[in-house]
Design a protein around this ligand. Structure first.
Ligand SMILES: [Cu+2]
Length: 257
């Protein structure tokens, strides 16, 4: 099961090389070996990457604007009909002016792309310690089914401190399961199982919303994630299982039959 939820092998060497550029990964070796430490949650990484992109395009944009403004001022027409007298560049200088800025900006783009690739690979590798919930989307609801058969609609309860994997499909058209707080979003579609995972660290409530236009009720297709302390979640799941006449634990169900 784990193998199908890992990035393909051919991407691993590239991801590893990209990882060398990712300064945050150096900290991983110093983190204690707890369940939380073993979960490589890319959520914070997406924020860092977003901030890097915003900083880069701001610096580049301001730099270009200043240079352009200076050129406009410096080489302005001082009298009507006057022709410019600028000297032409040598071939070497012209090639240098074209190539050097290109490679400077390309290097920055590749650095950002490499970090994005590394994060995406982290995200596609689902932690082994997790709970799994099936999700069927439809116009216009999110229908969740837990491993013990408990079902909920538009409300997903999960335990704090455990990775949650959703295996998703759709009964009608394309939908999307977007949880902004956890920085995850994935489409669900008919005839195919897609997945997403997230790592809720603390109790609380989080919005789920559809991010794929799916029909006239799309704007109302929303739900919530309720993160409970682990013992409260277990108690709730057991209660619900009892309520629908099933046993929460397969072993107990086997003992009764
Ligand atoms: Cu939708």
């Amino acid at each position: 099961m784990q193998s199908e939820l890992r990035a393909p092998g051919w991407r691993r060497p590239i991801a590893a090389a990209c990882g060398a550029a990712w300064c945050g990964s150096a900290l991983a070796a110093q983190t204690p070996d707890t369940a939380a430490a073993r979960i490589n949650d890319p959520a914070a990484g997406w924020d860092r990457l977003w901030n890097t992109v915003i900083l880069d395009i701001t610096v580049i944009g301001v730099l270009f604007a200043l240079v352009m403004a200076w050129f406009l001022y410096r080489y302005r027409a001082r009298e009507p009909g006057r022709a410019g007298t600028a000297r032409g560049l040598s071939t070497a200088a012209a090639i240098g002016w074209a190539l050097i800025p290109t490679f400077v900006f390309l290097a920055d783009d590749l650095y950002i792309a490499a970090n994005g690739w590394k994060l995406w690979n982290d995200y596609r590798d689902v932690p082994a310690e997790r709970i799994e919930v099936k999700l069927e989307t439809g116009m216009y609801s999110y229908d969740y089914t837990y491993a013990n058969g408990v079902r909920t609609q538009n409300e997903l309860r999960v335990p704090a401190g455990k990775a949650v994997l959703l295996r998703m499909t759709s009964r009608d058209t394309l939908h999307s399961h977007f949880i902004p707080d956890f920085r995850v979003k994935e489409d669900s579609m008919p005839g195919r199982v897609t997945y997403l995972w997230f790592y809720p660290k603390a109790p609380g409530e989080h919005v789920v919303t559809c991010a794929e236009y799916c029909g006239v009720g799309h704007a109302y297709m929303a739900g919530k994630i309720i993160v409970l302390p682990a013992h409260e979640f277990d108690a709730w799941l057991d209660r619900e299982a009892t309520r629908i006449g099933r046993q929460a634990h397969p072993a107990a169900a086997g003992a009764e039959s």
